[in-house]
Ligand binder design. Structure first.
Ligand SMILES: C[S@@+](CC[C@H](N)C(=O)[O-])C[C@H]1O[C@@H](n2cnc3c(N)ncnc32)[C@H](O)[C@@H]1O
Length: 170
């Protein structure tokens, strides 16, 4: 039997809208424009078999056109340990992940659930660093299997590469 082609996956974790000042990248400011995010999502959907994109719950309104696409779903990262701010009485303790899972299904595709409960990482000094289990969950959401390609568009601390190298965490 002929071996199936590797599938192409991508994870996009750009600076969240209005949060570019947390990063010293020379072009960080472009992520303070909604259109930059919408253009990124168009590229993800055109160029990849499966993808995932992190944002905040506040962004779901203007991201609605993406959520209406057939096969696109929203998953939830719930943060039982998260930052509380004095002026925010109801803390933001979850983050949406918008994703498309690769189709058609292949034998061995990971199964899982559309939520993850995992505390924020305590890696200090890098805003937005995702915990190890989060990265593994993202791979499972998209349907990544060993041999597929995975592009971490905004690698930051490089945790996604570590999750890939460590394999399945079941
Ligand atoms: C939310 S962080 C990614 C965190 C990463 N997922 C992790 O777990 O460490 C966003 C990253 O995008 C980078 N960045 C900002 N503007 C960028 C741009 N225009 N092009 C590429 N990377 C950019 C930032 O420097 C930062 O490393």
């Amino acid at each position: 039997m002929q071996k199936a082609e590797p599938r192409k996956f991508a994870y996009a974790d750009p600076p969240y809208l209005g949060c570019s000042h947390f990063y010293d990248h020379p072009e960080s400011h472009i992520w303070d424009e909604k259109q930059t995010h919408l253009d990124l999502l168009t590229t993800l959907d055109k160029d990849y078999d499966g993808w995932a994109y992190s944002c905040t719950a506040r962004d779901l309104g203007w991201l609605a056109p993406v959520l209406e696409l057939d096969g696109v779903r929203v998953a939830s990262w719930v943060k039982p340990f998260a930052a509380f701010k004095r002026n925010v009485p109801i803390a933001y303790t979850w983050e949406p992940v918008i994703f498309r899972r690769a189709l058609p299904r292949r034998e061995g595709d990971p199964i899982g659930r559309d939520h993850l409960s995992e505390p924020i990482t305590l890696k200090r000094g890098f805003t937005g660093a995702k915990p190890h289990k989060f990265n593994r969950w993202i791979l499972d959401l998209m349907g990544y299997q060993e041999g597929d390609t995975m592009t971490d568009i905004f690698p930051g601390t490089g945790g996604m590469t570590k999750a890939i190298n460590e394999g399945v965490l079941l």
